[in-house]
Design a binder for this molecule. Sequence first.
Ligand SMILES: [Zn+2]
Length: 538
Amino acid sequence: MRMDRFHRQRGLVDQRALMSTRVLISGSADGVGELFVMLRQLGVGVIEPGSIGIVTTDQMPASVFWKLMYGEFGSWEDWREQTTKGRCSVELIPQGDIVRDDWDIHLTLEEENDMFGDVNGLVNGMCGIVTGSIPPLRNIGLGMHPIHAAMRTVVAATLVNEALKVIGIRNSIPVSEVWLTVSCRIETADQQLARDHVRGVGGVLLDVSPSQDGLATIARYRYPIEHDIDTNELIAVEKQEYALPEIIDVGFIPWDSDFQHTGCEHSVENEEIASPASNVSILGVGGLGSWATPLICQALHGGVVNIIDGDDEIEMHNLNRQVLYREQDIGGAKATVAASRLSELFPHLQFNSFETFLRRAHVGEASEEGIDLNELFSDSEGENGVEDIDEELRQALKTSQIYLGCLDNMQARTILNEVALKSEMPMINGGGESIHGVVERLHDEGCMVCRYGTEVANAPEVISCTEEGARPITSIVTTTAYVGAMMAALTILELSGSIIHHGMRYTWLDGISNQSQVCKPPWFDEPCIRHNLQEIVG
Ligand SMILES: [Zn+2]
């Protein structure tokens, strides 16, 4: 049970309560589709009386995440029959047949019939809000903006995150891991003797220490995770008490702003991405890349998408947030499976997949400005790293217009940033774990070294799952969907020639998003040899 589909989110929510919650969803077809995909990833409706009630729409959802999860169906009944039966409870409710009291909470996304619920989300071009009351309408319509789908995912993530708090199942403090430890008192003060004669299951050595009275040895054994027990059920974490704010504004520009005065005349209203030959490189198709990549592909009219990920095994506990993968994809390599699934949906794009971790050697020769990368960074690959350079990957990286860092460690981000700096192209950097996220653009206004300092930028920490020795982290779909969709939105804006987001950093803290102008971190006063710090500080 420990490493099941929901393992990584168990320290953030009461999983059993979440599974037995009854959630009603309504709105546009794609709005309903988006909410359903996220609620399913969280596990709503798996345990009785839990259920997801869908107020049916005339059209079926056609959003990219719906298609990835379910493909295409002609009717709601067919879809339910073929995909959810026996897996989760789904109730189809015709418009007008809603009995509100049957449900714990009612969520709406892009509601079109004034049938607003407890938490509501609306999207309009680059604007998006989540609110507990009837949403204030926007006066100026933007039509189908190229980032509309990405904004809808951003709003859906915020909406669902708020809903978890409103129904009172969110832990007041994240618990990243719960271990079950067996302790025993061994009647000898000789610790070596104790260690020689008492072992854990499978012959595992015990941690030993003297007992308080000095007469015996206390030994501890960590019960291994393969055993069928959910340790999170052995502790009780106080639940968060929560009142929904009146309006949570998650858009790139405020919901009530007048576009004439926001500089958004430079944006891409009702237009499409100009270039039919985009070239995008995405490093990492786990939690963040799973959400960013499909949204970007959907916006592209042609071109090349390079997918780079060295993780050669999709695991069950990835499935609570990595929407690119299904149960039948478990065991496959992420880059290959992602490229194959996306090329089915987007046959007009060329996908290149690289099952490799990005190495310093992929950056290429020293840059023209004469910067010696080996002086800037210690090369953990050693000398032989250069021998097996994947020339194809090097070429792919060289021709990209934009780079996405959807990664879990700083060093790989910094190497990707080197590639971007050499190509003089922007990089969209994203990070997300637990209930925190950050998205930023790195280009002329600053690089990884400017932002984080040489030491932090090169920290090789790889956050893996829960194996001992690695820092355990929690992850949940609301955070990864928000960060991934924001990365996609910035990428699409960039490829469209929009400049509104330069020098901005977008942070997410438990559903509240914030925009700030990037500046020099207070603890960091090293000069960056590429960027004049004064310029980026100003
Ligand atoms: Zn710099």
